[in-house]
Write a protein that binds this ligand. Sequence first.
Ligand SMILES: [Zn+2]
Length: 139
Amino acid sequence: MSEYNKPLPEIQPYSKGYWDGTKQHKLLIQHCNSCDSNIFYPRRDCPKCWSQELDWIEASGKAEVYTYSVTYEGVEEAFVDDLPIILAWIDLPEGIRMHTNLVECEPEDVHIGMAVEVVFRDVTDDITLPYFRPVKRGV
Ligand SMILES: [Zn+2]
């Protein structure tokens, strides 16, 4: 594995379950057992009812592009090789709107409403990052 030189998440006690999930190539989201809400990003308390009765559920990994933007220049040096970078807000069927990078596609191929799926990249021995890519037709 080549040296990963970009920022890495700082794992907190309440987000450890999420990062343990990505390491197993599972996209986990929090679920509140008190009010039945799905929660993202990971938190200590449910943002709707303040309960701490939170569990993890596995998301389908499917989503739809809500909106996106493309960055062609003006990034920190560590990200230059990734240009153009496609940042997107995506809607998960679990009721979650998530910020992500779209990968394995060209900017001109992205459109609002496009079906995407999670893909995982093991960037260090300890950290696996989730990205999303277009769902390939006929697979
Ligand atoms: Zn709740």
